[in-house]
Structures are given as C-alpha cells and as structure tokens.
Design a protein. Structure first.
Length: 458
C-alpha cells in the first residue's frame, strides 16, 4: 500500500541522462583499442582494423579485420563491480573476425585456428575456454583450440558469472530441452540433467528436476536438495524449507534458523524484515530481534539520510500507518490511512492521508502541510498544487499560500529544464469563467486571457 504522487518526469530524464553521460565517458576510457597490460593495440582504417606493436611502433597485420577481441586478463573475483580488465593476446591467442568468419591467431598473429572452422566463437574466459558453434550445435575449445566439449549442445550460455560484469567460469548447457551444468573446465562432472536452471550471483545454480530442487555452487557441488525457494543476498541466501524461511551462507551453513514465515533483505542494509504469525518486525544478521513483531506491515521509508537524519521505517498497526526508528520510536504517528515512501525528485518529506484528506509531514514527524486537502501534487518546494472542495490553489512546502483554493482550473506553466529566455513561467487559472495569468509568487500578470490562447499552452 503506497500513496503515489506524480513524478517529475523531466527531472528524472535529466538524472538518467547525467548518469548515462558519466557511464559513456567511463567506457570511452576503457575501449580505445589499447590496454595498459598489453603490448599491442588496434588501429582502424577505412572501416578495417590492423594490429600494431606498441613497443616497436610497427604494424603487424594488414587492415583486414572487422573485430579484434580481448579476453579477461585477471581472475574472476567475488563482489567485484569494477570494469572487467581485458587484453590480447591471451594464452598466445587472439580472436579475430573477418568478413563474418572467426579465427584464432597465434603470437605472430598468423592463423592458428583457421577462418571458418566454426561459425561463431565467444571470446575465451580467463581460464582459456571458448564456446564455439558449428551449424546449430555448440561446444567448447581450450586454449590450444582443442575441442574438449563436443558439438552436441543446442545452447551453451555465458550468463554464469561470478558477479556483475565479471568473467564467466562455469557453463550452462542445453541438450534436447534438458540442462547440464559444466564446471570451469567445461566438464560435465555432476551427471544430472535438469528441467530448468536458475542462475544466481556468485555463480550459484538453483536447478529443478521433477519435484526436487538442487542448490549447486560454482564448483558443481550440490549443497542441498531440501529447499523449495531461494533468494540471493550478501554472502548467502534466504531459503525456504517446509514452508518456513531462514538464511544460509555460501557453504550451506545455517545463519538464521527456520523460524519465520517470510524474510526480506533490504538493499545494502545489515538487517532483515521478517514475519511470523502474521506480524512483522526487524532482525539482525544473526537473527536477533531489533524491532519487535508488532506490525501488520513494515518496510523501508526510503528517506534522504545524507544529513545524518535518523533512519525510519514505514509501519502499519491496527490498520493505521506511520513511521518508526530502528529503536522502535515513533516519528510520524501511527494514525494515518497511508504514508508515502520514496518519491523520485520528491519533497524530502512524507505525504500522508487520513479520512480521504492529504497533507505532508517531515521525517521526524513535524507537520509541514496540514491534512486538509483533497489533493496535493508536488512540483518543487515552492510550488505544490492543491485542491480543496473541488477548487484549485498553489502552496509551498511550508504551507504558504501562493493562490487560494478558489479556482475552477489550474495550469502550472513551468519549465524544469532547458529554460527559454523568451518564455516566462506562470500560473494559469480559471475563476468564474475568466482565465488569468499569475507569476510564481502569486502576483497577477494579466486578466481576461482568451480561451484560444490558453488552449495553445495546454
């Protein structure tokens, strides 16, 4: 249950563009054809690539390649979120593509595995294994280009990875609608074929075979076949067993006993939300109770804590909502029908609703806007559209009145981004059949505005 207000789409898009710009800038520093750990680079001419020696400043091949692929040059690490470091050659080999055909070149950049031997080749992983396809079938070759996994599979996935953007180091293969898990050497050691397989962070697998469920680690070891559901968390899993939930580590060691009806792990927090016997509370990573199990609902308040504000949770008790601290101290009284959570580009406060009326309260429970309005629509701290008795007005986050709730229609003609010096922001209202313009402070700019002019601005 959440009380949702209109999101500021333009601000959201601006934030997204900013993040993408940073990501693109980062990527441009990582993909200039040269890696600091390599003695070689590529250079383009007329849409084709050649390989150059950095040390000798000498071109080693003609401009004939469409792609020159790099491979991971460091071993996969758990919980590693930095960009994958790649280079060529690896194990004395460089994968190239020319006119749609793939080949591996040796250390002299001459053909070692001839063009056209396979229809497709996935760049090798850190351990030197490449997935290859011939026709509709897939296999795996090693760093000597020897086929070690026969071309029998309908699919071999490179999805299994230790963590985000890190190197794959085990293989999920499909053969006639059954799945096999191959180890890092592309060998089928487990000797089990599954109906479906889910891949989890840290390269764990949750495999289904009939009514059995298998939790399997990256070394293709079965950790358990007793769990009916799992959810990945930091350093382990929330698991379900016999309709009860607990927490295990990566070695299947029990961290939190199976005492709960449900457990939820909030992102990057050192605690869990848990429910038992229909009531919710908070437990720490050892299963000790932090917030007692008194609530019908408990969840993140998603407040801006950048100014060291005490962290709060949204709770529901006796069908009423409010917020509490992790010490179970009430901030917003538990008396409202709804309390808002996180709102993108929102006010840094909580909207609240009671008996069909809306208001706003600070994180610590101070009343910012009394709960008297039929509607509140946040633009920014100085512009909040409000409605009372089917009439529109404008207030600030401090409940300062800019326009009273006496208007039949309201248009906030306000530009968030890409300001136009020739356009003036304003408030457009209709009262008793007359359109008027006001500035953003509530000063009348113009009256008796023609309907046609207003329609062009809608």
């Amino acid at each position: 249950m959440r009380y949702l207000y209109r999101l500021n789409l333009l601000k959201s898009l601006f934030l997204l563009c900013f993040l993408l710009q940073g990501f693109i800038a980062f990527c441009s520093t990582q993909s200039d054809g040269q890696n600091v750990s390599s003695n070689y680079k590529t250079q383009e001419k007329n849409g084709k690539l050649a390989i150059f020696s950095i040390k000798d400043k000498k071109r080693l091949t003609d401009y004939i390649f469409d792609e020159v692929y790099e491979s991971p040059s460091i071993a996969p690490k758990r919980h590693e979120y930095s960009s994958l470091i790649t280079t060529f050659p690896r194990y004395g080999l460089t994968l190239v593509k020319k006119d749609g055909a793939f080949a591996y070149l040796n250390e002299e950049f001459k053909e070692f595995l001839s063009f056209g031997t396979y229809d497709s080749i996935i760049p090798m992983n850190y351990y030197g294994y490449s997935m290859v396809r011939k026709g509709a079938k897939w296999g795996v070759i090693d760093a000597k280009c020897i086929l070690i996994t026969p071309l029998i599979y309908d699919m071999i996935s490179q999805t299994p990875r230790i963590s985000y953007e890190n190197d794959f180091n085990s293989f999920l293969a499909r053969l006639e609608n059954k799945y096999r898990i191959l180890n890092r050497f592309a060998i089928w050691t487990l000797q089990l074929e599954f109906d479906t397989v889910e891949i989890y962070p840290e390269n764990f697998y949750f495999a289904h075979l009939g009514d059995k469920r298998y939790l399997i680690n990256n070394d293709c070891e079965v950790l358990s076949n007793q769990y009916s559901a799992i959810c990945s968390i930091r350093n382990g899993f929330i698991v379900k067993k016999d309709k009860r939930m607990g927490v295990i580590d990566y070695k299947n060691g029990l961290e939190i006993p199976f005492d709960f009806d449900s457990i939820y792990s909030p992102h990057l927090e050192p605690y869990f939300f848990a429910f038992k016997q229909g009531k919710g509370g908070v437990i720490d990573e050892e299963g000790k109770t932090i917030v007692p199990f008194d609530y019908e609902y408990i969840g993140e308040a998603w407040e801006d804590n950048s100014k060291n504000v005490v962290k709060h949770l949204i709770v529901q008790k006796n069908k009423k909502m409010g917020t509490i601290s992790l010490d179970n101290i009430v901030a917003i009284p538990i008396e409202f029908d709804d309390v808002s959570g996180w709102i993108e580009c929102g006010p840094g406060a909580h909207f609240v609703m009671k008996n069909g009326k809306h208001g706003m309260m600070s994180y610590v429970g101070d009343v910012l806007i009394p709960v008297i309005y039929d509607k509140l629509d946040y633009i920014d701290n100085s512009l909040i559209e409000c409605m009372k008795n089917d009439k529109y007005g404008v207030i600030t986050i401090k409940n300062e009145e800019i326009l009273p709730c006496v208007n039949d229609s309201l248009i906030i003609d306000y530009t968030f981004l890409f300001k136009d010096d020739n356009k003036k922001d304003k408030l457009i209202v209709k009262n008793n059949g007359v359109w008027k313009y006001y500035d953003l402070k509530g000063k009348l700019l113009r009256s008796n505005v023609p309907d046609e002019e207003v329609k062009r601005r809608k």
